[in-house]
Design a protein around this ligand. Structure first.
Ligand code: AR6
Length: 192
């Protein structure tokens, strides 16, 4: 694990592993606008969390239809080691000129706001949009790190620990490399 100290006893952690096994208050899912489940981290969350999460999503779908890209909806977490799952809809990457960066940034901000509204202390994110949705990893990682650090510095909220979770050593190395660079602008030397 690699940790950036974001000031005021807040931490941005970089963790390699399966997000469904890491205990936090809220786990963010990389969902689709239909909130219909799928493969990747979405499939892993539904299979580890059990059917209750999909039952709640069906009720939300009835109410709102689809979830706009860049936004998120909350359910409880079923059997997962968390209180909530925030189902965020990342952008499908085309060429980066169709508003993808702003939409990806919005996913992180909206979920952090949702955590703060619920007075949560910890939240974990997968690398949204970088699987099936094709977002180049380094670009997406830079947006994730910049957005979370900026949000932590701008908010005096309950959120103390943000975990960016990478599935695989290559992705983890890429995130940590960028964290060392972008983190210095906010925090000076990383704590490990
Ligand atoms: N824990 C942490 N990260 C994971 C896990 C896991 N268990 N499994 C995969 N990843 P993706 P997207 C990583 O494709 O690109 C779904 O079908 C994975 O290595 O899950 O936003 C949805 O229903 C990658 O780095 O999400 C949507 O239709 C990252 O999670 C669509 O895919 C995101 O990959 C969303 O595509």
């Amino acid at each position: 694990m690699f940790v950036l100290n974001a000031g005021n006893a807040r931490e941005l952690q970089f963790v390699e592993g399966d997000i469904t096994k890491i205990a936090v208050d809220a786990i963010v899912n990389a969902a689709n606008a239909q909130l219909a489940g799928g493969g990747g981290v979405d499939g892993a969350i539904h299979s580890a969390g059990g059917p209750e999460i999909m039952v709640e999503l069906a009720a939300i779908r009835q109410r709102i239809g689809t979830c706009p890209t860049g936004s998120a909806v909350a359910t409880t977490a079923g059997l997962l080691p968390a209180r909530f799952v925030f189902h965020a809809v990342g952008p499908i990457y085309r060429d980066g000129r169709g508003g993808e960066p702003a939409l990806l940034e919005s996913c992180y901000r909206v979920c952090l706001d949702m955590a703060a509204e619920r007075r949560l202390e910890s939240i974990s994110f997968p690398s949204i949009s970088t699987g099936v949705y094709g977002y180049p990893l380094a670009e997406a990682a830079a947006i994730a790190i910049h957005t979370v650090l900026g949000w932590l510095h701008g908010h005096g909220d309950s959120v103390r620990v943000v975990k960016l979770v990478q599935f695989g050593a290559g992705d983890h190395r890429a995130y940590c490399r960028l964290a060392r660079e972008s983190g210095s602008a906010y925090t000076g030397a990383p704590s490990s």
